[in-house]
Ligand binder design. Sequence first.
Ligand code: BGC
Length: 930
Amino acid sequence: MLTKMQKVISFFISLVLATAFPIVAFAQRGESLTVSELRCEYLINPLAIDTREPRLSWQIDSNARGARQTAYQIIVATTAASLAANKGDLWDTGKVASNETIQIAYQGKPLTSRQECFWKVRVWDQNDKASSWSKPAQWSMGLIEPADWSARWVGDKLPSVENVSATMLRREFKLSARARRGIVYASALGVYELHINGHRVGDQLLAPEFTDYHSRTQYQAYDVTSLLKPGANAIGAVLGDGWYAGSVGLAQMALKKKRNIYGDHPRFIAQLEVELADGKKERVVTDESWLTTREGPIRSSDILDGEAYDARREMPGWDSPAFDDKSWQAADVASNVRTTLVAQPNEPIRVSREIKPISVNEPKPRVYVFDMGQNMVGWCRLKARGAAGTTVTIRHAEMLNDDGTIYTDNLRAAKQADTYTMRSGGLQTFEPHFTYHGFRYVEVTGLQTKPRPDAITGRVFHSAMTEAGSFECSDPTLNKLWQNILWTQRGNMLGIPTDCPQRDERLGWMGDIQIFVGTGIFNMDMAAFLTKWMRDVRDAQAEDGRFADFSPHPFGKDKIFTGVPGWGDAGIVVPWRVWQQYGDKRMPAESLESGKRWVEFIRSNNPDLLWKNKRGNDYGDWLNSDTLIYEGFPSKGGQVPKEIFATMMFAYAADLVSRMAQVLGKDDEAKKHKQLFEDIKAAFNKAYVSEDGRIKGDTQAGYALALHFDLLPKKLRPAAVKYMLEGIDRYKGHMSTGFHSTYRMMLELTSSGHNDVAYKLINNHTFPSWGYSIENGATTIWERWDGYVKGRGFQNKGMNSFNHYAIGAVGEWMYRVILGINNDDAHPAYEHFVIRPYPGGGLNWAKGTYDSIRGKIHSSWSVADGKLRLDVRIPANTTANVYVPAKDAASVMESGKPASTAAGVRFLRMEDGAVVFLVQSGSYSFEARH
Ligand code: BGC
């Protein structure tokens, strides 16, 4: 929320900027701004918002250089017609002098449940010329008060033990007139699909997604107006076990049971609210009037194990009126459900693309193996013919055995198998409902004849975040690496950020996302997704302040997987990153207290500020070179001693808590935690760092992390860099780092002037390297550098995922260093940013984009004939420091003119072999001798 004072200050700042950079004057009069990308709480036209001051944002666009917004007006109306007539009967800001386009909190008439809000924006440019109004957008308020729900949780009396069929629910109702508006609010303890009048409602999968159901359960809202009709109607749902009642990763280890972790009775809740054309209001809610059966076609479903579907049991018309439901029973209404229903704040899980197999083989008689050509996450659609009663089994695997059969050992206890039993008739099409699989290969058995490749279609699904980045360069291996990282992200973002999508794990491991979040945000717009997941993180925090190792933490707040250095810290690192990238103050605001509790937990158990006590399962710098199977390098010596690793993470957490407090204007908290950071740093140096700068253990990782977290006295930094380089030499030019330190070492190599070594590491094709896994067939990022080696075979089957994003965190280095796109902490959310590419590593060119919350940034460079060309695009209303690698400013041209005189460009300084220009918004083409 911008206070009046903040608005005045921000206007004042924009005036100062305008005076300081007279270059804005070139933005021609007459050319004005266009406004688009209207979002409410990061979402496009959301149907259920449950915060009372939702935040609005938009983007502005202009071809002119130096285009700026100097004022805006937002109108919010109760009807589309009022909005069209410019009547802001909910909120009319009038003309607000401000350059802000994001995170603007609604301050109009108080909003109540169900309120429809129609809105639009116009802005004024630097010449005080108004834009046209944006296209209208809208949001609706959800059910804010618990009393808004008159629906009850329904299901049946059968406990959902192993292999239990899905529950089907239905009810008919009458409408006396045409519906003007019909919204269904629905959710489940389990997973569900909603149906109305013979149609599946919405395209979301696995709703309501994975949360700690004991604390909160998300509901979804659907606009069903067009499905309703006067007279008889029917509403129904299919309810599967999902994470609530089905299997959950690691449950067997933690609780000695695989299933029923949250409960053993899946439940469904729905509230249909209809406004009729004649002005009447109707409500249809789940209660004892609903009917239920378990006789439907989904005979069992499980997230990890797959689904069994018997088409002979389909009940055509079950979701339409006039269906014979005499054999169905009255629903069981639960009165003991303890959960809080909240509106889903993140994009739903949806199919994003389909994949066709590239081949089908028959390694054994009647065993058909399809190769999708890509390790993917989702499921398959099968089209096949067969006699009634024929059962086709589809199993999913990431890799093949040498004989061409599928390799499933690394799935551990997850079955990932679907079965379809055919009904009579010709060609039949099947798809599962309440499961998902991670796979590249699909084994089909039970067919009488060899299927054509098009019998199978891969349906890829994940949380439907918009993809925000692109990357391409002259090296095909790096392009493949970038693609592999993106595919791995797609495969591991299903409501929560998971470690892997295939074996019996698939949990929101916090260490993994803590390091991947930077890459993740460059690749996709993760603001809404991380808003959701940070709630899971706080829900899982133990009373004593320990964050869980993964969130949700289904095994009880205090149990087993809690409090580990490098994992728990995600509770602080992730909100900090969201603040930097999206300027989202609510993130630090919501996370400060929990962050402080985590830091205090560590401090109170370790009064000498070295994290010796209470490190939970203490994974350390996970998967460092000591855990690899290879020959020819030192077999030990990669692992930074765990106590040192932990102490460094402790310092980092204290530092970020201090920064978050600073952002929130809590100066005392900020100071206190800054002091704690300094004290940990002093203790760290005293205990682990010798006078010549050697850190105990003498590992690449130790130096990389100490440099990255600023834990060394300035005078020892050069020595640390030297030892880090020596460490790389000891490994014959390879990394010995674990997943916490790998990409951080890449960034430290670049910033310490050794970018050539960073390029060498990313260009390596020998073990261990990203190139090595690509040469061995990787289409996603592997958990281990040597998950599979041609000739040698597979790594330890107990832990060998082929779809694990952790070491793909190097994507952040690719964006920041190869493309050079960097945020500036002093100006969050790319209001001002840095473009600083480092041509090198044998690359002739690289180009890419990042769709920031304020608009799309481009950076593209090429080197040829002794010349470097750098093309950049700076979104309207933003500025950037652009670093052009060159010896002197005079030799840099922009669109054919000396750069220093070009419109929109101002020379700032020389820095480390680059000329630094302050550049206003617009497109620019720099050229320099190289
Ligand atoms: C997961 C990791 C995770 C780790 C904790 C593994 O089983 O797959 O990615 O961070 O456990 O050490």
